[in-house]
Write a protein that binds this ligand. Structure first.
Ligand SMILES: [Zn+2]
Ligand SMILES: [Zn+2]
Length: 246
């Protein structure tokens, strides 16, 4: 369940960042449903089914999204009233989308979607003992960070860990964008306390000579983000020139 939840969450964030609101909602709702079911699953796998008395459970329907808060509450796992409302609202919206009749206000959806993702993050931490940042892969951190205050908490905690370790580098992490969370380990190795990135080095950039955090280069040193982007532009320009017969 958790593996699928992770995939749905990633899809939700990707679609959101591409402005595909309905797809983002569908995937975010699926992620929410799965983390709630995972909590039941941890009590007993049978509890994820709608009718637990079914003889052939493997063919049985699983409990629906809107019934999950009640089922959990009956096992003393309580969602806050606003969380229950949020789940119900998204349950409705999902049905509208699936039946090609979205009636919800698009602005309301844009405002509520981050709340649903926040809820997933909070539930993961509170009930499943999983930190949201462990649940996301690299490039999605930036999308999540624009969206969620859970990100703020992750960065705050990481800042504390970085301070305890010392040797902080004042630059943003190239992977997650967190600031004040990179520590220099040894001479050149960099560790990010938010996204756990270890592949970056602190060294002179081969392109521009600046002392910076970047991807390890083929020779000595690193390549900074600015130079990677510039190289990308140059490469595209070159392809364009070739295409035009230069
Ligand atoms: Zn990072
Ligand atoms: Zn550079």
């Amino acid at each position: 369940l958790l593996v699928s939840a992770k995939e749905f969450l990633a899809e939700a964030l990707l679609n959101y960042s591409r402005g595909k609101r309905n797809f983002a909602i569908l995937h975010a709702v699926a992620a929410a449903e799965l983390v709630l079911k995972e909590r039941l699953n941890r009590i007993h796998p049978t509890l994820i089914y709608k009718n637990i008395d079914e003889q052939r459970l493997e063919r049985a329907k699983s409990v629906g999204l809107v019934d999950l808060p009640r089922r959990l509450a009956n096992f003393d796992i309580r969602l806050e009233p606003r969380e229950v409302t949020l789940v119900e609202t998204f349950g409705k919206w999902r049905n509208q989308i699936v039946h090609h009749m979205p009636q919800f206000d698009e602005e309301a959806a844009d405002e509520k979607l981050p709340q649903l993702l926040e809820f997933v993050a909070a539930f993961l931490r509170r009930e499943l003992d999983i930190r949201f940042e462990e649940f996301l892969s690299g490039p999605l951190f930036k999308t999540a960070s624009n969206l969620m205050s859970e990100w703020v908490r992750a960065v705050q905690e990481a800042t504390t860990r970085a301070h305890e370790e010392g040797n902080i580098i004042g630059e943003a992490c190239p992977q997650c964008g967190g600031v004040g969370v990179l520590c220099l380990r040894g001479e050149h190795d960099v560790y990010c306390h938010v996204c756990s990135a270890k592949r970056f080095r602190y060294d002179e950039c081969e392109g521009c000579g600046r002392q910076t955090v970047g991807e390890p280069a083929t020779g000595e040193g690193v390549i900074c983000q600015g130079c990677i982007e510039a190289a990308g532009d140059q490469y595209l320009q070159m392809l364009d020139d070739i295409a035009r017969g230069k």
